[in-house]
Design a protein around this ligand. Structure first.
Ligand code: AMP
Length: 354
């Protein structure tokens, strides 16, 4: 999934991942040798991990999580829709480092797709995902089916107002209600101490943080920086939909963000100039249909008129062919340093928490 050029089972390595991968290979080798209890350091505590469990039933995942809590184990949770790539695995690696147990959910949530979107064709390589998660030291996968998660005539939803009507919410009006509803349900079924969300989906991250604050969910939300391909394209399960020409064109999102970052680094503070430059970069790519490019407040996501407060967030979204792509980056113009786009990040660890 980390790009259609990838014919091997697993994603290609990106510089900086070598050590971690070596570790995973060793772990894998030890599993092959049927040494199922391997010494492991997590959350600063060396302990043993047992075989990864694959759980389909919601009562079972709740009981397992509760049992671990009663044993005073710190628990991390990484919600995903599967089709895993290095972006997801970077969340998992941090969850593993910060907790004694971590659970990943794999569930393609129907309620966050509108009719005509890619719910049916969403890639579901379950066996491969399990293998990647086993390599990443995951303790349990929660992989329910839709009937398990939504009772017939399910009629309750969780909705965050304001933040959800902007940007992606304007383009996909029912999307975020689907996200907040399923994440609420997952937080009830997997009562973890912390949950890991990618900055790749920045608006989603902010909406989840708001929901957790407003509804007093007893869980800490940990943001994780975006993992990119070597040419800057943010890794995404949807990149697999792109043909080679589209894949090449898709770097335009990163280039547009970077053009704004560079202008700020050169001292530009006029948001109109930044946006004009982003539009100009986008117009040069005929395969790209821009939905929006914006410089926004990091919390309210409201568009900014001038660069008074720092950091700010640059957002961009649009279509390459029929594939909807989004990206974003932080811009810290006071310090005149680049946001998380100045280097191609692999999964080196989280940015400062919000
Ligand atoms: P998804 O499977 O697309 O729902 O994504 C599951 C989680 O992985 C979400 O918190 C995403 O923000 C995160 N994620 C997806 N792509 C990336 C990426 N390239 N870098 C970091 N996190 C990512």
């Amino acid at each position: 999934m980390a790009g259609r050029n990838n014919s091997a089972n697993k994603f290609p390595l990106v510089k900086g991942d070598f050590e971690r991968n070596k570790f995973h290979k060793n772990l894998h080798k030890s599993i092959r040798l049927k040494i199922l209890l391997t010494p492991f350091t997590r959350g600063g505590i060396t302990q043993t991990t047992s075989k990864m469990q694959i759980i389909k039933n919601s009562n079972d995942i709740y009981n397992i999580t509760q049992k671990w809590r009663q044993e005073n184990q710190q628990i991390g949770f990484v919600p995903t829709m599967g089709a895993l790539h290095e972006g997801h695995i970077s969340l998992c690696n941090i969850a593993r480092q910060e907790n004694q147990k971590y659970i990943t959910s794999i569930f393609v949530n129907p309620t966050q797709f509108a009719p005509g979107e890619d719910y049916d064709k969403y890639f579901r390589p379950f066996e491969r995902d399990c293998e990647l998660l086993r390599d990443a030291g995951c303790d349990a996968i929660f992989a329910p089916d839709a009937a398990q998660m939504y009772e017939e005539q399910s009629s309750t939803k969780v909705s965050v107002s304001g933040l959800t009507s902007l940007w992606e919410g304007a383009v996909r009006p029912t999307h975020f209600d689907g996200v907040t509803t399923i994440v609420s349900k997952l937080f009830h079924l997997v009562p973890a101490h912390r949950a890991y969300f990618g900055e790749k989906d920045y608006q989603q991250l902010k909406i989840i943080q708001r929901m957790v604050r407003d509804l007093n969910f007893p869980i800490e939300i940990i943001p994780v920086p975006t993992v990119r391909e070597s040419d800057g394209l943010a890794k995404s399960s949807r990149n697999a939909y792109l043909n080679p020409a589209e894949r090449q064109a898709a770097t335009v999102l990163y280039q547009a963000l970077q053009s704004a970052v560079k202008l700020v680094a050169d001292g530009e503070k006029d948001i109109k100039v930044l946006l004009d430059e982003m539009h100009k970069v986008c117009e040069k790519e005929p395969l790209f249909q821009l939905d929006y490019a914006a410089i926004v407040d990091t919390e309210t996501l409201q568009p900014l008129m001038c660069l008074e407060k720092s950091p700010v967030r640059a957002l961009i979204a649009g279509y390459i062919g029929r594939t909807h792509l989004i990206d974003n980056c932080g811009i810290n113009f006071n310090a005149m340093r680049l946001g998380n786009i100045d280097s191609i990040k692999t999964s080196n660890g989280p940015e400062p928490r919000y």
